[in-house]
Design a protein. Structure first.
Length: 256
């Protein structure tokens, strides 16, 4: 319903629309640059209950809008001065389901992504995708990376969340138990629009979202030394970390 409302409104404004179908927030961010679009819109409730669907807006770089851009859009909307086109000038709509594969191809093309090394490890991975689009994207990405032993939990993208979809430890108890039961090397959970990632270690313990970025930064810096920048977003779990753990995060992410 929301998709048809958004696409129809954009067409009425004379804007051409590329509908990527069921996708992920990072994929749409990438798709804006793939198609050299003027902007992007993601329809999602993110990690909120499904009735909270809304619009995430992107600029022509595939980035979220700045505060100033957001204020401008609100001003235009509140002014009521929106000019719809006549019937001869309405926009077009094109369906393109290749964005996810293009996104995966871009990941595989990264110089620090070693597909052979991953495949040679014969990893067993348990995934929990809360019956959203991660159920499409995560298995496809793992397969492309050479991971063939994947245990899927809730990977049918029907929007019926089996538990609170925010990937916090208290919502991922089944994933943790399954990792241990299946003797897997790793557990992966994403939120419904796949811009949040939570990892579970082989013993069923959470790796922690705050450490994911640190681990990636540590790996990248070993191969390509340089400066790093992070917004150091303060989730409540991060805010409650002991001082030594916070210091470890800051040490790796410090802007030098």
């Amino acid at each position: 319903m929301v998709n048809q409302l958004v696409c129809g409104t954009l067409m009425g404004l004379g804007i051409d629309v590329i509908d990527t179908g069921l996708s992920t927030t990072p994929t749409v961010e990438m798709a804006v640059t793939f198609y050299k679009a003027h902007g992007g819109i993601i329809l999602t409730a993110s990690h909120n209950p499904k009735q909270w669907n809304a619009l995430k807006l992107l600029n022509n770089k595939g980035e979220f809008l700045s505060a100033a851009d957001g204020e401008l859009i609100l001003k235009i909307a509140e002014s009521g001065e929106i000019n719809f086109k006549d019937v001869n000038s309405i926009g077009t709509i094109t369906t393109d389901n290749t964005s996810l594969q293009k996104h995966i191809d871009a990941i595989l093309a990264l110089p620090l992504v070693d597909k052979k090394a991953i495949a040679d490890k014969n990893f067993k991975v348990v995934i929990d995708c809360v019956n959203s689009t991660g159920g499409i994207a995560v298995p496809q990405l793992l397969k492309a990376l050479g991971v063939t032993d994947v245990v899927e939990l809730y990977c049918e993208p029907n929007g019926q969340f089996p538990h609170n979809p925010e990937p916090l430890p208290e919502n991922l108890t089944e994933l943790s138990k399954t990792v241990v039961k299946k003797k897997a090397h790793l557990g992966i959970s994403v939120d419904p629009d796949v811009d949040r990632l939570a990892l579970v270690c082989e013993d069923g313990e959470m790796f922690g979202e705050e450490y994911t970025l640190v681990a990636v930064a540590d790996y990248v810096l070993k191969h390509t030394p340089g400066n790093t920048v992070s917004n150091l977003h303060q989730h409540a779990p991060c805010a409650m970390l002991p001082k030594k753990q916070k210091a470890a995060i800051l040490q790796v992410l410090w802007v030098r």
